[in-house]
Design a binder for this molecule. Structure first.
Ligand code: B12
Ligand code: SF4
Length: 523
């Protein structure tokens, strides 16, 4: 029987579906004769999801369904789909005014029903698709993967049909083995109702592949809605330049999804891929790497890539990426500005070197400041978003004062109007060190369900433990009241009014660990 693969990207905010594009490209390079089609529900209006999927399956009659599920938006604390979940959560947990508390409860209820609704809808789209495909090909198979499945692979099985192959992390090799009829169960996957995920499966290393430039000529033949993403100038089209992150940040799951081993995609191939998009009019790119410059030893790769972008004549582009800002040199800063980096997120989490170390983030705040000065000197004049997550571990009034001092220094470097503090609270994710810490400290029981959003679970998973939890709750509520449109800056101002500001030098110096109390010693 002829193999016909249908890639279904499940509904998602309009983010370019780079995952399925890469999978289809890889399969085509290995099996040029297999017929493939990409169907992106991100471009379909919600009321038409079911009918559009049915019509697509009726027409294409796939023998293999590849469902890609990007996000299950559980603890998105910033501007979520149904309002601001962080605000509702904090109103519900911390407001003393009963009206505010009630508003928080209503908001949370709306968000929870939206969340469960999306889970149900996506499972239904999978079940329905398989059933329909079997009408035409009784042996049709289904594989499910993508970011959301990678994080919650242990939980999703209960809503998927028996026989579904659930995949963790990158799926190229799994699909290849499946299509060759080889045993694929040594890949990071399991089959619903037949095999169980191996213990700590997500920590297994992905099978490395040699990444070559995506063939967009081919992709545009198998994907009708491709042009959709070119219509708005706001889209940042994804391009991956490497896979893997060697770090250990306590709350982060990227390093396990992608693995710790960094695998660089050859610069010439990345540029070749970008050039095809550039020639179609694309000017905004998002380097979708977990980290664009994961460590000092990868700075030369970043330099090579950026230089090749310039050499290829792509001098009027913009790009963005996750950047820790600790691995920069003046030369690299120069190239970043010259090649159009126009959005810059410094995910430092805290301005206290002591806490940065305790969270296992492995960088030096003093170096970050020096590099920011280099970026400014190189002409960087766009907005800088600085991510702070308070109260992760061992936060105290003095560490808050240090974070204020650090933030004020960033304002001195870039200009106060250019530095935007993005205040997050960590959403605890499975398979992280923070989860392990929560088990060891009796905050969570092993076997808890991370996809459960009951109020008592959310209180533990949206990480803001006492004794400072109520204090931060109260500060955030005050900030929303005083200036809802500039929440981050308002939080920083209120914290400074209440606690003051440390000496910068104090923020940059970490004292020697006290045993037992920190995450650093918890494993
Ligand atoms: C870059 C990135 C972003 C960028 C995207 C920029 C852009 N224009 O593309 C930005 C910053 C905008 C972003 C935003 C968000 N993101 Co994000 N993001 C990532 C990140 C780091 C990489 C994703 C990526 O594109 N990778 C490269 C491509 C090639 O890989 P991929 O799509 O995952 O596909 C591969 C595999 O998943 C697999 N695969 C995919 N589908 C399938 C299907 C099958 C059957 C198989 C076998 C395999 C398979 O194979 C593919 C090729 O190897 C991941 C974390 C990570 N390291 O994976 C989080 C991640 C995807 N994001 C996540 C989330 C939650 C979000 C937000 C909702 C956060 C928020 N609070 O607002 C937003 C909103 C996104 C939206 N839909 O609106 C979560 C999703 C899981 C979850 N918790 O629900 C992730 C996993 C991070 C995390 N652990 O929390 N994100
Ligand atoms: S937070 Fe960034 S640097 Fe840290 S492990 Fe995750 S991807 Fe790597």
């Amino acid at each position: 029987m002829e193999t016909r693969i249908l890639y279904v990207r499940l509904p998602c905010n309009p983010i370019f579906p780079i995952g399925v594009v890469y999978l289809a490209d890889h399969v085509h390079k290995q099996f040029p004769n297999i017929t493939q089609k990409i169907f992106d529900l991100g471009t379909v209006p919600p009321l038409d999801y079911v009918s559009a999927l049915d019509a697509c399956i009726d027409e294409f009659q796939p023998t293999l369904l590849v469902y890609s599920w990007r996000d299950i938006q559980i603890y998105a604390p910033v501007g979520g789909r149904g309002g601001n979940p962080l605000q509702y959560t904090f109103e519900y947990y911390y407001a003393s005014n009963p009206l505010l508390k009630a508003r928080g409860a209503m908001g949370l209820l709306r968000i929870a029903s939206g969340y469960y609704g999306e889970l149900w809808r996506n499972s239904n789209l999978i079940q329905r698709g398989v059933k329909r495909a079997k009408r035409y090909n009784p042996d049709a198979k289904v594989v499910v993967g993508g970011g959301a499945v990678s994080v919650f692979y242990e939980q999703v099985a209960k809503s998927l049909p028996k026989g579904t192959i659930v995949s963790v992390g990158e799926g190229e090799t799994l699909l290849e083995k499946l299509l060759r009829g080889q045993d694929f169960l040594d890949e990071r996957c399991y089959i619903v109702g037949e095999t169980k995920p191996r213990d700590r499966m997500i920590h297994e290393f992905p099978t490395p592949i040699e990444k070559t430039a995506c063939n967009y000529g081919y992709i545009s033949q198998i994907w009708k809605e491709f042009e959709y993403y070119f219509q708005s100038q706001d889209f940042y089209i994804g391009v991956q330049t490497k896979r893997g992150c060697p770090h250990n940040c306590c709350y982060c799951v990227y390093t396990v999804i992608e693995g710790k081993q960094v695998r660089i995609n050859p610069a010439d191939e990345v540029v070749k891929e970008m050039k095809q998009l550039y020639d179609k009019g694309i000017r905004n790119f998002w380097f979708t790497d977990a980290q664009f410059i994961p460590a000092r030893k990868y700075m030369d790769d970043a330099i090579e890539l950026l230089q090749k972008i310039v050499d290829a004549g792509m001098t009027d582009i913009h790009w963005a990426a996750y950047i820790r800002a600790d691995n920069l040199t003046p030369q690299l800063a120069d190239l970043m500005v010259k090649t159009g980096m126009n959005y810059f997120e410094i995910g430092i989490t805290s301005g206290s070197q002591e806490l940065v170390r305790k969270m296992r983030m492995g960088y030096n705040l003093r170096t970050v400041l020096e590099n920011c000065r280099d970026l400014k000197a190189a002409g960087f004049n766009d907005l800088v978003s600085v991510n702070y997550s308070f109260n992760v571990i061992d936060e105290r009034p003095e560490t808050i004062r240090q974070t204020i001092a650090y933030h004020r220094e960033l304002e001195r470097i870039f200009g106060a109007d250019k530095v935007e503090p993005a205040i997050f609270f960590i959403g605890l994710q499975p398979h992280t060190h923070l989860e392990e810490y929560a088990f060891k400290n009796g905050i969570l029981e092993p076997g808890y369900d991370p996809m459960n959003v009951k109020p008592w679970t959310v209180r533990k998973l949206l990480w803001n433990p006492e004794p400072l939890g109520s204090f931060f709750g109260e500060v955030c509520l005050q900030a929303w009241k005083r200036n809802p449109n500039d929440f981050g800056r308002e939080v920083m101002d209120i914290l400074e009014e209440r606690l003051g500001c440390a000496d910068l030098e104090e923020a940059l110096t970490a004292p020697i660990d006290k045993p037992n109390s920190q995450l650093v010693t918890a494993s």
